[in-house]
Design a protein around this ligand. Structure first.
Ligand SMILES: Cc1ncc(COP(=O)(O)O)c(C=O)c1O
Length: 436
């Protein structure tokens, strides 16, 4: 964990907006802190496999690799991206129920961690193993009735999750048997579940099930992948990585030897959420009979893909950079209600209602903290505007542009407005071919 870079070190008004800004020292620290916590609690055979889908921006993959992490992928595109960014196949964890057959076979042949999660994964792996005897080493994703152990904490509730093979109805044991019959070495277990609570107890129950499944099926585990779903990162989550690592390691030791078995985690949000801010300017403010609507360059499509959030860790600055949060001394009038809206043409693109905030004006700069996870991965390359720009922010507060926002240059004046107004067409200068 490292000290946060003071907000005031950066002139936020100078940035190309909208943009995401990543505090690089914090991002690096999050990756290496989680990795070190795992190694301390387990052994050198412990790794963070960064969940690429959480934010597939190439520079983040570079940072993850440089900090000693593996990459966790769930698609051919992500796998190819990881290779492009310097991960070797044996540094990739290949998950998900929709692996294309060619990439599954590539992963099996090249030493990736492969966690099987669909009936076709099983069939294709068995077929590949029969053609390549003794070469297929895999993990299987387990589906367990987690809600029974932590009522109210799971996302799916009593209806249960859809991923992995069901432990309780015997399906998991059956596919392990089927794989073995085809000569596949089942040497890993994949236990990922994201919960609402992200509680230590959830990981304790998952680890207990890994132990039980290994014993009941006589698995000689060479890795246990405890998945993602943690919270962590930054000052406010100090100690979280350590607590998770100790909880999992203390249970898993009952069935796996830290000297020969690798412990994997696949954090996404817990490493990339806290280091990022989403920054944009206010572009309009107007009243109806009902509300004050403030339109800004931030949008729900960039920050709230599920359209569920009703509040954000939001801050405001005046156009010259003076803090303008509630209670700040800018002299701005306080308004009881302002509806903050995004730049798209969807009525639903209303980020939140600001109550008793200083009146926002065109040119004010807004930023949302903790914006690095499941934001850029859902931002389309073109939807009314191109995806936001991306900066990295160094320890001195200076920002370096990593990707521009792709906005087209200002249009050339073709004089058409004048023509519509019945004015005389001007003579086209020679260097404006569009006029002739
Ligand atoms: C298989 C798998 N691993 C890891 C993650 C990362 O989860 P989180 O961002 O909650 O850590 C996910 C997210 O859904 C996932 O499906």
């Amino acid at each position: 964990m490292i000290e946060p870079i003071p907000v005031g070190l950066t002139d936020w008004t100078q940035l190309q907006t909208p943009c995401f800004v990543f505090d690089e020292p914090e991002l690096r620290a999050n990756f290496s802190d989680f990795d070190q916590a795992l190694k301390r609690a387990w052994s050198p055979l412990a790794h963070v496999a960064y969940s690429v889908k959480t934010n597939p921006f190439g520079w983040i993959l570079d940072v993850a690799r440089e900090q000693g992490c593996l990459a966790e992928v769930v698609s051919a595109d992500e796998f190819a991206l990881a290779l492009e960014h310097g991960f070797t196949p044996d540094q990739v964890v290949f998950n998900g129920p929709v692996k294309p057959r060619d990439w599954l076979e590539y992963a099996l042949a090249n030493g990736a961690y492969v966690n099987l999660d669909s009936v076709r994964d099983i069939a294709w792996t068995c077929a590949w193993s029969r053609e390549h005897p003794g070469q297929a080493h895999v993990g299987v994703r387990a589906n367990i009735e987690l809600e029974r152990f932590i009522p109210g904490e799971t996302i799916t509730g009593e209806r249960g999750g859809r991923f992995g093979f069901c432990y309780e109805n015997g399906e998991l044991a059956r596919v392990i048997g089927q794989l073995r019959e085809a000569g596949v070495d089942v040497c890993g277990l994949h236990m990922h579940v994201t919960t609402l609570s992200r509680s230590q107890r959830a990981y304790e129950v998952l680890a207990q099930h890994a132990v039980r499944i290994a014993r009941e099926n006589g698995l000689a585990l060479r890795y246990v992948d405890m998945g993602g779903g943690y919270y962590g990162g930054g000052m406010r989550n100090d100690g979280a990585y350590e607590r998770y690592a100790e909880t999992m390691a203390s249970v898993l030791r009952q069935a796996a030897d830290p000297a020969t078995c690798t412990l994997l985690t696949e954090p996404g949000g817990a490493v990339v959420c806290t280091p990022a801010r989403f920054v944009g300017r206010v572009v309009d403010a107007k009243d109806t009979t009902v509300d004050r609507f403030v339109t800004c360059e931030l949008s729900r499509v960039d920050i709230d893909h599920e359209m569920k959030k009703t509040s954000y860790p939001l801050h405001a600055l005046t156009r010259d950079g003076t803090p303008k949060d509630p209670g700040s001394a800018t002299g701005a009038t306080t308004l009881p209600r302002q509806v903050l809206c995004g730049f798209t043409c969807m009525e639903s693109d209303r980020l939140c209602v600001l109550r008793d905030w200083p009146e926002l004006e065109v040119g004010d700069v807004l930023y949302i903290d903790f914006a690095g996870a499941y934001s850029m991965s859902f931002t389309p390359g073109f939807f009314i505007e191109h995806a936001p720009a991306v900066y990295r922010r160094g320890a001195d507060g200076a920002c370096t542009l990593l990707r521009g926002n792709g906005r087209p240059p200002a249009p050339k004046d073709t004089g058409s407005a004048h023509r519509r107004a019945g004015e005389q067409r001007r003579e086209a200068p020679r260097d404006e071919p569009g006029l002739r």
